[in-house]
Design a protein around this ligand. Structure first.
Ligand code: NAD
Length: 247
């Protein structure tokens, strides 16, 4: 039983932060979960923790920038679980840098992982998801795909692209049994920010109307809804989970 009973989910970036929270919650709701990540050791730990709780999970090494790697992950999902019902494009990186400071290498890396990685994931999984029917894709964008800031030009560009790609994909797949929805996290406590100083932490909190950062589980609950059949009529939707930041 569970809200995702019978579902099989491939979650990119599932070894850490928001991906780990989604993998863990999805498994606890009855999904079989394939954790895809470049971090093999951490991915294996997430799988072990899920299995310890009686859930079904496996790890696959996935680099979202590589077509071959995606094809391998989808094949792995099909051979382990027999079908693929759910793709969560969650993997992503962040580094700061405005137009003056960002290098072209930094820009290319950001776009390759955060933007092209989502395209390649939807492309690799499309046939398997359509074959299953009653399937869905959840893309993780960012509040920074909706609003600007002075010093993260490549991140903004990559996450804004994910937003519109989700709309386009929802329309492309509307009659093909695949829903596509997008989540926009505000500031959530995960390793992605690296080490921030107490002053930076204070400044971030001051920007958030609800006064604090969120927890990974706050994002996972939104993703769970989109992935479940409760959202069977929901596609092309956008959910901000951000402590009223975007309000
Ligand atoms: P995180 O760093 O904890 O996790 C990101 C995961 O992605 C890591 O496990 C990392 O190994 C993996 N990854 C990186 N490059 C990869 C690649 N090429 N192929 C496969 N996996 C790769 O960060 P997080 O906060 O959990 O971020 C998850 C997603 O949420 C990202 O897309 C991020 O941009 C987005 N997001 C996070 C926040 C936040 O405040 N934490 C806010 C908005 C959006």
């Amino acid at each position: 039983a569970g809200r995702l009973a019978g579902k099989t989910a491939l979650i990119s970036g599932g070894a850490s932060g928001l991906g780990e929270a989604q993998a863990t919650l999805f498994a606890s709701e009855g999904a079989s979960v394939l954790v895809g990540d470049i971090q093999e050791e951490k991915g294996a730990q997430v799988v072990a923790a899920i299995e310890k709780e009686g859930g079904k999970a496996a790890f696959v090494r996935l680099d979202v920038t590589e077509t071959q790697s995606w094809d391998n992950a989808v094949t792995e999902a099909l051979s382990r679980f027999g079908k693929l019902t759910t793709l969560v494009n969650n993997a992503g990186i962040f580094h700061p840098g405005g137009i003056v400071d960002e290098t072209s290498e930094g820009w290319n890396r950001m776009i390759a992982i955060n933007q092209t990685g989502v395209f390649l994931g939807m492309k690799a999984a499309a046939a398997a998801l359509q074959e299953t029917g009653n399937a869905s894709i959840v893309n993780i964008s960012s509040l920074f795909g909706l609003i600007g800031s002075p010093s993260a030009i490549s991140y903004h560009a990559s996450k804004a692209a994910v937003r519109v790609m989700g709309k386009a994909a929802a329309l492309e797949f509307a009659k093909k049994g695949v829903r596509v929805n997008t989540i926009f996290p505000g500031q959530i406590r995960t390793p992605i920010l690296g080490d921030i100083t107490p002053e930076q932490d204070k400044a971030i909190k001051a920007m958030i109307p609800m006064g604090d950062a969120g927890d990974p589980i706050d994002i996972a609950y939104g993703s769970l809804y989109f992935a479940s059949d409760e959202a069977k009529y929901v596609s092309g939707a956008e959910l901000w989970i951000d402590g009223a930041w975007y309000a």
